[in-house]
Design a protein around this ligand. Sequence first.
Ligand code: KG4
Ligand code: ZN
Length: 337
Amino acid sequence: MILSIESSCDDSSIAITKIENNELIFHKKISQEKEHACYGGVVPELASRLHAIDLPNILEETKPYFSELKAVAVTNQPGLSVTLLEGIAMAKTIAITKKIPLLAVHHLKGHIYSLFIEREEILPLLVLLISGGHTQVIRVESLEKMTILATSIDDSVGESFDKTAKMMGLGYPGGPIIEQLALKGNENAFDLPIPLRNSPLLAFSLSGLKNAVRLAIESVGGAENMTEQNRCDIAASFQKAVKLHLLQKSKKIFAAEPIQNFAIVGGASANIYIRKAYEKLCKEYGKTLHTAPLEFCSDNAAMIGRYAVEAYKQELFTDPYKIDVVHTKKRQSGTLL
Ligand code: KG4
Ligand code: ZN
């Protein structure tokens, strides 16, 4: 069995995965959303203090499996340094004291492997990753051969949902709030611009749309004076613009990439409106759409454990005395390291 730890942002999570059949034996996650909600985003120092309390509490529950552990895995990039360090400190202590191998896992590769929790890998695969930190299209050929084909030049999809909610004085995380409001809104009420619509650039951009949302809010009297219907209409119009932007760039990639299997992963892939749009697009282009179960879209240790099973088989081990946080450039292009 492999014990995996995730603490890259505001979720403390530990999982135990069986190596021989990918079975998820144990999985627990404690989210800090409530603690960060009043700030409209994650406060790194507070997140790190909460991991220091929650991770040991979860670890205690995994004691019955300790004698069967063959390896320990931990997210070491990308993420907040101070929160990643909490998971890393725990993982290396376990690896050194139990004399078992340590696996350092790239968080985004973990999101990709959320697709394969309790099932076999499907490769090659084209992936749209939409999370709070990233918006990328990645060609996945193997554990180590993952190529970024398109990335965001500014905000990520999740971030744009969070900021839209924040500008309207709503809570955090904004994704589920905006999705729910949009169900009661008219998506044609506000004519928001579709980012990079006339640009040949194979990239994503959401900061311009964020500004347009800000102006739309001002046009109805600001966050304090707007009606509930205004909120729903802005949420729906914003969500529609995000969808059209993602679809437009995805179509270009579909036309250039013959890979049959396509997947959407990451926190924002839990959005049913976006999922439905991709179901339609994939049908049109003859692609097979894959998504992770809703509970594994946002950050969790089960996805880290699932990646670690494959990395363990290939002996991609890390020295526990040398493991550290890897600082990844946000707008990284090329290979996902
Ligand atoms: O993957 P994730 O848990 O963390 C990162 O790796 O960043 O993604 C969190 C992001 C947040 O920005 C959150 O607002 C967004 O995912 N999110 C959603 C939905 N549920 C979560 N965005 C849009 N629609 C949703 N239903
Ligand atoms: Zn994530």
